[in-house]
Design a protein around this ligand. Structure first.
Ligand code: ADE
Length: 237
């Protein structure tokens, strides 16, 4: 999958993209991430990409022209662009469901805002999706873009050693993950539940399911309610 990123800070991506899973996905050719400096498509001598908001107000906005010029340079035309995600705290919250949908695309374009945001015409004419990574405000879209890239990359075939592990864990079926343990069986007075050492796969699976349900019920009542509704369980919580 090819992912182009338009940003004022292309160098910021070097660290996150080189490490571990993303680094391997890129060197094996499964993932091709290309951060582009938006200033490349600024037209004036000072390479200006921001300006004051019409109507007044604090801060600066990113201008529309460099975004449109960049899209035309990268894809030939606006119509030819791939699924285009603007990272913004006003967007739809990123979920595993959306990550799965994005992972099914042949290519993505991620647009990172800075300052007070991006001119509305970029949202209106270029964005196919507006995505937030949570209800808090970051200094720009770069960290959010890295979140999208990592979540999408690990679903691409061949990126995770064991393809099933990408789907088995939290959120794949709407529940938080059950607790897991490795050796030693006893550590500083804390022991691994006997059932996990019993060798009884049926009881292990049932225990894990119960733990996942209970964790979700207490930690994420919103997810729990949605899971209950999907599974048609009677409402009694
Ligand atoms: N840019 C600034 N804050 C953001 C957020 N929470 N999600 C996505 N992009 C952002």
């Amino acid at each position: 999958m090819r992912i182009d990123v338009l940003t004022l800070f292309p160098d910021w991506f070097a660290g996150p993209l080189d490490a571990s899973l993303l680094g391997r996905a890129r060197s094996s050719g499964i993932l091709d991430v290309r951060p582009h400096d938006l200033r490349r498509w600024a037209t004036d001598r000072h390479r200006t990409v921001d300006d004051l908001p019409f109507g007044g107000g604090a801060g600066m906005l990113l201008k529309p022209e460099p975004f449109f010029a960049a899209v035309e340079a990268l894809y030939g035309s606006v119509e030819n662009r791939p699924r285009t995600v603007v990272l913004t705290p006003s967007g739809q919250r990123l979920t595993q469901r959306l990550v799965q949908a994005l992972a099914g695309e042949p290519a993505l374009l991620l647009l990172c805002g800075r300052y007070e945001g991006i001119d509305e015409r970029v949202h209106a004419a270029l964005a196919t999706d507006e995505v937030s990574v949570g209800d808090y405000v970051l200094a720009g879209g770069e960290v959010a873009a890295a979140v999208v890239i990592e979540a999408v990359a690990r679903l691409l075939p061949g990126v995770m050693g064991n393809d099933s592990s990408a789907h088995e864990e939290s959120f794949a079926d709407g529940l938080l993950e059950y607790p897991q343990y490795t050796r030693p069986a006893e550590f500083r007075g804390m022991s691994v539940p006997d059932i996990l050492r019993s060798g009884d796969h049926g009881r292990v699976a049932a225990w894990r399911r119960d733990q996942a349900v209970e964790r979700t019920r207490t930690g994420r009542p919103d997810l729990y309610r949605a899971w209950r509704e999907r599974h048609g369980a009677p409402r009694s919580d």
